[in-house]
Design a protein around this ligand. Sequence first.
Ligand SMILES: *[C@@H]1O[C@H](CO)[C@@H](O)[C@H](O)[C@H]1NC(C)=O
Ligand SMILES: *[C@@H]1O[C@H](CO)[C@@H](O)[C@H](O)[C@H]1NC(C)=O
Ligand SMILES: *[C@@H]1O[C@H](CO)[C@@H](O)[C@H](O)[C@H]1NC(C)=O
Ligand SMILES: *[C@@H]1O[C@H](CO)[C@@H](O)[C@H](O)[C@H]1NC(C)=O
Ligand SMILES: *[C@@H]1O[C@H](CO)[C@@H](O)[C@H](O)[C@H]1NC(C)=O
Ligand SMILES: *[C@@H]1O[C@H](CO)[C@@H](O)[C@H](O)[C@H]1NC(C)=O
Ligand SMILES: *[C@@H]1O[C@H](CO)[C@@H](O)[C@H](O)[C@H]1NC(C)=O
Ligand SMILES: *[C@@H]1O[C@H](CO)[C@@H](O)[C@H](O)[C@H]1NC(C)=O
Length: 371
Amino acid sequence: MKLELSHLLPFAALVSASPIKAPSIHAPSHLFARQDLQTPINGTLPNVTIFSTGGTIASQGTSNTQTVGYSVGLGVQQLVDAVPEILNISNIVGYQVSNVGSPSINETILLELARGINSELAKDEVSGAVVTHGTDSMEETAFFLQSVINSTKPVVVVGAMRPATALSADGPLNLLQAVTLASSDNAKDRGVMITLNDRIGSAYYTTKNNANSLDTFYSTEAGQLGFFINQVPYFYFEPAKPIGATYFDLKNITDLAQVDILYAHQDMAPELFNASVEAGAEGLVTAGMGAGGLSSKASMAAEAVYNATGIPIVASHRSADGFVPSSDDSYAIASGFYNPQKARILLQLALTMGYDYDEIKELFALSYPAP
Ligand SMILES: *[C@@H]1O[C@H](CO)[C@@H](O)[C@H](O)[C@H]1NC(C)=O
Ligand SMILES: *[C@@H]1O[C@H](CO)[C@@H](O)[C@H](O)[C@H]1NC(C)=O
Ligand SMILES: *[C@@H]1O[C@H](CO)[C@@H](O)[C@H](O)[C@H]1NC(C)=O
Ligand SMILES: *[C@@H]1O[C@H](CO)[C@@H](O)[C@H](O)[C@H]1NC(C)=O
Ligand SMILES: *[C@@H]1O[C@H](CO)[C@@H](O)[C@H](O)[C@H]1NC(C)=O
Ligand SMILES: *[C@@H]1O[C@H](CO)[C@@H](O)[C@H](O)[C@H]1NC(C)=O
Ligand SMILES: *[C@@H]1O[C@H](CO)[C@@H](O)[C@H](O)[C@H]1NC(C)=O
Ligand SMILES: *[C@@H]1O[C@H](CO)[C@@H](O)[C@H](O)[C@H]1NC(C)=O
């Protein structure tokens, strides 16, 4: 039996039951149009700008029990409509940057996001920014934003593990918490944060640990920054920025350097290193075994590529957590604490800004300063 979608949409139900009028956000005509707000602004409230990129938080299934295989499609207007409580916390302005699943977030979207957020946060009246995003590559976008936003104001990346149509969808509460965090004075000077499932984590170390579970975002070793209790954010620490966090000014940048990740395993094909370079990679990251290990054949192939081209090869780890130490007699640059997907973003930024091999090595070493 095909169910009527309107019966399944908690968003739609919430809107009609809403005691207050949600802001009207016009459909965007092109990437990044500022959306018009039609509700009166409450001048005593903070102002938060939401940048919507798509993802599960903006997705609908065909039934309220479907939690995989749904499709992206809800706009920033519908996200906000679903949670009228947000308008008691903050005035909202929305930008629809894209409407894609996060595997399809690309450099165009990242650069537009960085520019949009920097320009919103430069306005005195804006307290913070929220990015709604798919969870699959959320940590990459969050790490990228941490590296390219020059502001003490909170930037919060948020998503959902269940589509909007699911029984106990997590998107609405996550969004309310994200806006609360972005408008909170207490959240300043903490870098870019990821919040889902009541937890507040640093963009630097938070990673997606489970492909399906709600409680998937955390950082085993570095821990959480804070937690929501009754929708109030509580922090465990004073504000601090992650060690090694470096700011890159992307003002004049139109594209990012191509960096590929090669996943190590038993009998890894050594040809992959050449193939990546032939396909245009300007840098490589290996998801190595243990603390960055490759088979001797793969290691020889990587070294030969380095000898022939001089492109930086960063050794990271395929284990969920851990550290790859630096070695003076290796062609490879140690990733330190950065997992492969974060190491890739950092290497992209460094190459884009014209860093040479030694500068890149120093950049990675900043995350583990000598005691
Ligand atoms: C504006 O926000 C303040 C603070 O939450 C609240 O006390 C006040 O009632 C709001 N005003 C209107 C007109 O909603
Ligand atoms: C929010 O924006 C409104 C309208 O621009 C402004 O009057 C108000 O002061 C801003 N709120 C804060 C806390 O800056
Ligand atoms: C917003 O706050 C007012 C005043 O406290 C309250 O009456 C109203 O129910 C709140 N609206 C929502 C959607 O929480
Ligand atoms: C990135 O994705 C957006 C939205 O799908 C698209 O408009 C843009 O052309 C893409 N950019 C590249 C470089 O593929
Ligand atoms: C970052 O922002 C601060 C405060 O607005 C400004 O003084 C500083 O020059 C900016 N840094 C860079 C590298 O643009
Ligand atoms: C960007 O380009 C403009 C114009 O060429 C130049 O004045 C400015 O210094 C550049 N900014 C950066 C950060 O490279
Ligand atoms: C990589 O390419 C170089 C130069 O074309 C070649 O000599 C070498 O055998 C290739 N290595 C592998 C593992 O394919
Ligand atoms: C790479 O170059 C170094 C230094 O010249 C050399 O010792 C090493 O054998 C070369 N490695 C490969 C795989 O060609």
